[in-house]
Design a binder for this molecule. Structure first.
Ligand code: ATP
Ligand code: MG
Length: 383
């Protein structure tokens, strides 16, 4: 009898011919997520098993598995030979000590000599004989004994299904570059694209010394928290201080934000192309702030040729907050450090800036020089 973590995968099976590829990526991701913990990973048809693991770290193993995209559900259970005696021995240690229970059998191996119903009856009967404090309730039991008859003479016995992160294995949907701020929204946007299988890299703009070191540390921490799902290893940062100073000195104040955002997009696109990322990702949500009107989004889209994905575009703030809490970034996002967008913030930002006005103001700036200077300030943080 061996303790195992049973992993069932999601959506991968939908991919037909590509199934082999999806499984290879998924395997690599599982291995990466378990890095530093002793374990063996085995694939059996339709399942993965983590075996021979460091039992003292089982809670950590389960929480890491819970964040791997592509996992549909997982269980902590026992792997035994598929004889009734072995299955019963495992069932005893999985079953509740008292109260009501139900045995629920699934046969992956349809050639097994007993039907699922017969196995339920046999194991359920033996459990009742063994422990008088137990009774069967097939409708609303307090506890379950799940039996999964696998091929190769193996059976898996467990008491609970935990819901996995769902989605698709990271790396199966190309690469994108997330513009990550210290706010609540962009980490959630990154999470959502990772969940769809995208490999997400992170780019952050800072205005040091107007923004301080703690503001940067906060973003590094957010990126690290996201990486537990996205498996990204680093964050890139770029300084836009000189750009903000020039905009502030030369251009109409109500366009500060609009112009800065266009610079952010231009810089991000250059970085994305270097990294072979196929799109930009932002945490914008329609109408949330003055710069997130359709006109504002159009004006930033106009300076790039890569598509800009905005997975939160139709979300309310409270829906975003709920997700941020669920994925564990909210507490960090609400720490009070300034972001570059709040430096030089005009009293009345333009809500529906006209493109002709934007271009007129921008013509006062040496755009290419400013972009190249920004790109020369790239720093890399690994976590
Ligand atoms: P967030 O909560 O993600 O900061 P927000 O509601 O504060 O969003 P804005 O500050 O207008 O909105 O930013 C909109 C989007 O632009 C962000 O979601 C993010 O993708 C990008 N962005 C804003 N500031 C930065 C920054 N300093 N570095 C990188 N990306 C940024
Ligand atoms: Mg922000």
């Amino acid at each position: 009898m061996e303790k195992v973590v049973i992993i069932r995968y999601a959506e991968i099976h939908l991919k037909g011919k590509n199934r082999g590829y999806f499984e290879r990526v998924f395997t690599v991701n599982l291995e990466r997520s378990l890095k530093g913990i002793r374990h063996e990973l085995h694939r059996i048809s339709g399942r993965y098993l983590i075996a021979n693991f460091d039992e003292e770290r089982i809670d950590e193993i389960l929480s890491r598995v819970s964040r791997v995209f592509g996992v549909h559900s997982y269980s902590l259970g026992l792997s035994v030979p598929n004889t009734l005696d072995d299955i019963f021995a495992a069932a005893k240690s999985v079953a509740p000590q008292s109260g009501t229970f139900k045995v629920d059998t699934h046969r992956g191996d349809k050639k097994y000599s007993l039907t699922s119903m017969q196995i339920n009856a046999e194991i359920g009967g033996r459990l009742l004989d063994e422990n008088k404090a137990l009774s069967v309730d097939v409708h609303a039991p307090q506890g379950y004994v799940y039996i999964d008859i696998r091929e190769n003479g193996m059976a898996l016995v467990f008491g609970q299904f935990f819901e996995g992160a769902g989605g698709m294995p990271v790396g199966t949907s190309g690469k994108g570059l997330l513009l990550i701020s210290g706010g609540i929204d962009s980490p959630v946007a990154g999470y959502m694209m990772s969940k769809r299988g995208m490999n997400v890299e992170y780019l952050h703009f800072h205005s040091y010394p107007y923004t301080n070191e703690q503001a940067k540390d906060k973003v590094i921490e957010l990126a690290r928290l996201l990486s537990r799902y996205a498996l990204t290893e680093k964050l890139l940062t770029v300084s836009v201080t000189h750009i903000q100073e020039e905009i502030h000195a030369k251009c109409a104040a109500e366009l500060n934000v609009t112009l800065l955002r266009r610079f952010m997009f231009r810089i991000a696109e250059r970085v994305a192309k270097r990294k072979e990322a196929k799109c930009l990702i932002t945490g914008e949500s329609l109408g949330q702030v003055a710069s997130q009107t359709i006109e504002g989004m159009t004006s930033s889209n106009a300076v790039v040729s890569l598509p800009v994905l905005r997975p939160l575009v139709g979300f309310d703030k409270n829906e975003i907050i709920e997700r941020a809490k669920k994925i564990g970034t909210y507490e960090t996002s609400v720490l009070p450090f300034e972001d570059c967008c709040t430096v030089f913030l005009p009293d009345f930002p333009a809500i529906k800036p006209k493109l002709s006005f934007i271009e007129e103001e921008e013509s006062k700036l040496d755009i290419e020089r400013l972009v190249v200077e920004a790109l020369n300030s790239i720093e890399e943080y690994r976590f």
